[in-house]
Write a protein that binds this ligand. Structure first.
Ligand SMILES: *Cc1c(COP(=O)(O)O)cnc(C)c1O
Length: 397
């Protein structure tokens, strides 16, 4: 089929040509004497992406879920208590993963569409005078609902309570797309994956850790082997890995970091904000609501759009896919059938967003939802026009 399939799910995201080219290399010897000349600068530059100087970033051949597993198994012991807000499928799965590792999980159930409950976190941390809570978890960007949470606010709550718990962040759908600062926010473990903001195929878990997390690692007793930080530390030091690394993906990661740095991380975040805002203008013009309840929760990487109660959002996703070759995200779990999701992260620009909005509004109309033809695209266009760089236009005399 001609043209590009519209990939607007919140990961895997579109693969930039430059990244694909960076991966188009012969398979290589990961124990070669000059392999470290490639890996050591890569490790260093990854720290920039997580905004850490003091920390260290590990790269596992895995998906983001493996990153979660490494975060927990390396820093905690069975029977340890953790605090986690659950407000979507990904925070739910993380809580489940903690339970399966034998941790005691204090869940704060939050309505889907809201984010991390800072007041409730603060209250529980203040009340925990004996410091039985060993880690506080936050899903920075809940991909199921399109909600971004205030990670720095959680750090403030920990500090205000003088609580020593580790701060762990799921940044799978935020890091490299939305502002994230490991050192400044006092994050101890941050997890990401290759197939979202890093614009790569799935297959790498990126795990950034603070010196405090590395200290906790020394006494943590959860069983671990494949994900053990110790083996990574020992071998990464010289530019190698404890087992076969995904060398092709590492080459792609080099290409991806080069692209991100060439644009400038702050510009990358600003672009994601602009694109997200143009999507939100479009959704508002359709007269539809976002799953995210308030602007402070709005995600710059994914928008979950509610369909009117008498419709099934899966039908919209199906129509978009089969009629217009546009992939949208479905509603997951609690919001299945109620929302569809537009992923706007990674290798995306303004006109691509218009493509997604055009496909959405045709699909919405196809299933009988009363949106005005072209209304979302028009609203987004006006926002894009208002925020695009100005140019001097020549006048015809
Ligand atoms: C995609 C995602 C995950 C899961 O990552 P996998 O790579 O699918 O294992 C976890 N958390 C969030 C917030 C995500 O968006």
């Amino acid at each position: 089929m001609s043209g590009f399939h519209g990939l607007f799910i919140p990961g895997p995201t579109n693969l930039p040509f430059g990244v694909r080219q960076a991966m188009d290399v012969p398979l290589e010897d990961h124990r070669a004497p000059d392999f470290p000349a490639f890996t050591l600068p890569l490790f260093r530059d990854l720290k920039t992406a997580f905004r850490t100087e003091k920390g260290q970033v590990f790269v596992f051949p895995s998906s983001g879920t493996g990153g979660w597993e490494s975060a927990i198994s390396n820093t905690l012991s069975p029977g340890d208590r953790v605090l986690i807000g659950v407000f979507g499928q990904f925070s739910h799965l993380w809580a489940d993963l903690c339970r399966r590792h034998g941790l005691i999980v204090d869940v704060v159930d939050v309505e889907w569409g809201e984010g991390v409950p800072l007041d409730e976190y603060a209250r529980r941390l203040q009340a925990d005078k004996a410091h039985t809570i060993k880690a506080v978890m936050v899903c920075h960007n809940e991909t199921a609902t399109g909600v971004t949470s205030d990670v720095a606010g959680v750090r403030k709550a920990l500090d205000a309570a003088k609580h020593p718990a580790l701060l762990m962040v799921d940044g799978v759908s935020s890091i490299a797309s939305i502002d994230f600062r490991l050192d400044e926010w006092g994050v101890d473990v941050a997890v990401s994956g290759s197939q979202k903001g890093f614009m790569l195929p799935a297959g790498l878990a990126l795990v950034a850790v603070s010196p405090k997390a590395l200290e906790a690692h020394k006494s943590a007793r959860c069983p671990r082997c494949f994900f053990d930080f110790a083996d990574m530390i020992r071998t990464n030091k010289d530019g190698y890995f404890p087992y076969t690394p995904a060398t092709t993906l590492l080459r792609g990661l080099r290409g991806s970091l080069d692209m991100l740095f060439a644009e400038g991380l702050d510009n990358v975040f600003a672009r994601h904000h602009r694109l997200a805002e143009s999507v939100r203008r479009g959704v508002a013009a359709w007269g539809l609501a976002l799953c995210a309840k308030e602007p402070k929760w709005y995600s710059d990487t994914v928008s979950a759009v509610c369909v009117p109660k008498t419709f099934n959002s899966d039908d919209v996703v199906k129509a978009a896919y089969h009629r217009y070759r546009l992939s949208l995200g479905t509603g997951l779990s609690k919001v299945a059938g109620r929302v569809f999701r537009i992923g706007h992260l990674g290798h995306v620009n303004e006109l691509m967003v218009l493509q997604a909005l055009a496909g959405c509004e045709m699909a919405l109309r196809d299933v009988g939802i009363a949106v005005e033809a072209g209304s979302g695209v028009a609203a987004a266009e006006e926002y894009i026009r208002a925020t695009a760089p100005t140019v001097q236009l020549g006048k015809v005399a």
